[in-house]
Design a protein around this ligand. Structure first.
Ligand SMILES: *Cc1c(COP(=O)(O)O)cnc(C)c1O
Length: 451
């Protein structure tokens, strides 16, 4: 048992000392104790990247049970964009939890849910009439977007792309591209899901128009627009490796969908809410999706997700066809409204751009002197480096894993991604300070030098 009397800092938020501080090796003794209990009590399939017991977080740091302070360059996978335990979120959640915790929106509606829908309808790209529905997770939002598109079009097929990640439920496993670890052994998967090649400039060398022609040809020949309900794509592919499609690719796919009455779904679960230096990544490419799925960054860490889109599409579903016990939980909605206020009024879109300039500047400078970095790409506070065998485009997953592991041992939380596992991704909370971000990058650079 952890002795709570001697437990370190358990109040988080931006008031925490913003420093990297290692009092013990990672993991320290208290963390080891929890990890042993985890191994005994938690299903083995639930992995962890950073071997610590977290007790507090805020600004740009995560504090562990041994008093270590780690620099957070991951935001719990792009979730704590506003920062952990953001004061606006803490205040809103505290107020809501004391008022009521649940009624079920399908039984007795409440204002928070409606206000989140209004905010999403206002903030997402396009000035057409929009509606929203709220859910609990990104995967659940994606599943519902597909349900809605099928109902609206009366068609069944769905196209997703190479390197796509859309979740771990049965339908979203089918949409997700990578087998290990997400799908392997978990089939059979949902039917009527087809895959098209994406634009991956570093590897395919194609222009956006060329890559779109290639994808549309596959869709036309192997599915046929007459059978196709929806095309779903992440505007910047997340788990697949922070792949930024070549200019024009997304526009050509969206245009083809419009001409063929196919619902174009942008999965902005990872890219949404200021992350990429725009409120939504679709804006960076000048596309207006029919439906947008959101989650991760929406509520400062509370579980909430949404589908937002054209009112006629959203309204195509029969009464009672959409919902769920917890979808749009009032506490999560309060957190979302506080987070959205922070994104809109605390300059976080601009902050994401500043962070992006720093990340891209540092990483491209390292790349110029190190042939093991094949590509640096991304937008805003969503930037990645792809590791290769020097002089080739052959993935070097061992190097990415080694650098991430060494950085974590030195107190910097970095995550890997990519279909080949050879990408290190940077997703700092937008509440991180320049000095801490810079120190985090120094540690990663040093880990690379020593690898
Ligand atoms: C994380 C993610 C999902 C799944 O979200 P969960 O909340 O984990 O179900 C779906 N799409 C994208 C793009 C994601 O990054």
């Amino acid at each position: 048992m952890t002795d709570s009397a001697t437990a370190p800092q358990s109040v988080g938020g931006p008031g925490l000392m913003q420093e990297r501080r290692l009092l013990t090796p990672i993991p320290g003794p208290h963390s080891r104790e929890l990890l042993a209990r985890k191994a005994a009590a938690v299903a083995a399939g639930v992995a962890h990247t950073v071997p610590i017991a977290a007790v507090a977080a805020g600004g740009g740091v995560i504090i562990d049970a041994d008093g270590n302070s780690l620099i957070d360059l991951g935001s719990g996978i792009a979730v704590t964009g506003v920062g952990n335990a953001h004061p606006r979120v803490v205040e809103a959640v505290t107020r809501q939890v004391a008022a009521f915790t649940h009624t079920c929106f399908m039984i007795s509606p409440y204002e928070g849910y409606v206000a989140v829908a209004e905010a999403l309808n206002r903030l997402t790209p396009g000035d057409h009439a929009k509606k929203s529905a709220l859910f609990n997770s990104g995967a659940e939002a994606v599943e519902n977007a597909v349900k809605i598109a099928r109902k609206f079009t009366g068609r069944q097929a769905v196209v997703a792309f190479d390197h796509a990640y859309h979740g771990r439920t049965n339908l979203t496993m089918a949409l997700t591209a990578k087998s290990m670890p997400y799908k392997s052994g978990f089939g059979p998967f949902a039917g009527e899901v087809y895959r098209a090649p994406v634009s991956y400039p570093f590897h395919d060398g194609l222009s956006g128009a060329e890559a779109a022609t290639r994808a549309i040809s596959v869709i036309d020949k192997q599915v046929g627009a007459a059978n196709l309900a929806a095309v779903i794509i992440e505007p910047i592919l997340g788990e697949g490796g922070f792949i930024v499609p070549a200019p024009g690719f997304l526009n050509a796919i969206a245009d083809w969908c419009a001409v063929n009455s196919v619902v174009f779904i942008a999965d902005e679960v990872q890219t949404g809410f200021a992350r990429t230096g725009a409120m939504f990544a679709s804006e960076l490419f000048g596309i207006v999706p029919d439906l947008i799925t959101t989650a991760k960054g929406i509520a400062g860490g509370l579980p909430l997700a949404a589908v937002t889109g054209r009112a006629d599409i959203m309204d195509a579903t029969h009464l009672g066809g959409l919902g769920g016990t917890y979808g749009g939980n009032p506490i999560a909605c309060a957190a979302a409204l506080a987070s959205i206020a922070a994104f809109e009024h605390d300059g976080l879109v601009e902050r994401a751009r500043q962070i992006g300039a720093m990340l891209l500047g540092r990483l491209t400078a390292i790349q110029a002197t190190d042939a093991r970095i094949g590509d640096v790409r991304g937008s805003g506070a969503m930037v990645a480096a792809e590791f290769v065998k020097p002089g080739t485009k052959e993935p070097d997953a061992a190097l990415a894993a080694g650098v991430a592991k060494a950085a974590i041992a030195q107190g910097v939380v970095v995550l890997t991604c990519g279909t080949y596992g050879n990408v290190i991704r940077f997703l700092p909370p937008l509440s991180i300070g320049d000095e801490l971000l810079s120190e985090g990058l120094d540690v990663v650079a040093q880990a690379l030098k020593e690898a």
